[in-house]
Design a protein around this ligand. Sequence first.
Ligand SMILES: [Fe+2]
Length: 354
Amino acid sequence: MRLEFIKNLGGKEILARNILSSDGNILLKKGTKLTLNYIRQLESNGVYLVYIKDDRFSNIDVKENEEIDILKSSTLKEIPFLFQNILSGDKAEVKKSLRNIESIIDYISEEKNINTNLYEVKVYDDYTYIHSLDTGIMATYLGVKMGWNKEKVKELGMCGMLHDIGKTKIPNEIINKKGPLTDEELEVIKKHPVYGSKILKDRGLFSESIILGVLQHHEKISGTGYPLGLRENEICDYAKIISICDVFTAVSANRSYRNRFSPNEAYELILSNSGIMFEPQYVEKFKECFSIYPLGCKIKLSNGLEGYVLEQNENFPDRPIIRITYDKNQKGNVYTCDMNLLDNPNITIVDVFI
Ligand SMILES: [Fe+2]
């Protein structure tokens, strides 16, 4: 299989993985022939990349995990209810929603294979609840990678799911505004961590650690964040982790006023802000936990060769193994060569087609 842009499909390709809709249902099952009609439907649902079958890359094995797909789907459906129930203050319903959402955190905590592909985490464009889900899932993976106990990982994951609940108190016309925000509007947005932490505190169901994580998720270790301008160890661990996941998922989303970052640009933004916005030890864990280039995505190398990501090298997120399919020097396709970038330190990836 390989990754391909929807816009490049010709109407005959076979889908290699299930596609979930933005509200969490299975939109198309793997094995479906992607006719022009299906392609139009996918586009209108905000899907821009799909895994398709390709015999040249039959050994690219993007782990099909229906269990986590189903959990993602059910969690995505539950998050709006969780937010509503917290806002309305119905404690019994909040507890029910929390139990439903804990299932995915428990699953990730118990699943030991966490060399996770960022594309696997971030599939759809920008929707508030998807952003909450993505942030919660990424934070959970990082908590597991930190070796934290189950209860702490669960709190962190929940904190990630709830970090932006305070945005429900910000007027929709500001949240959904197309184009850059004015200074006044930015000041209003900057209140959401305070609103969020207050909402959670008032319910009396959430630990101090979760409330603090929500309050501090826009603080930066350089002291230039908000609402309090805290620095380094004044910021709690949950907030430090969630801020990395929040920024990554936000910049890779498709915002109306600018183009989305590709995963490698978003990844680079995180790495280059280590010690400025983000706590270096957690940026290191982020590097260990998530690979940059999705399996099956097309890349271009500094020596002019092009190919597809065949396999990841653990702990080297920027040095995957590439199946070369094109050599500009030979002006044609070549299918014979796999190149491990770990063995070729002077060759870099200069472009990624996602
Ligand atoms: Fe936020």
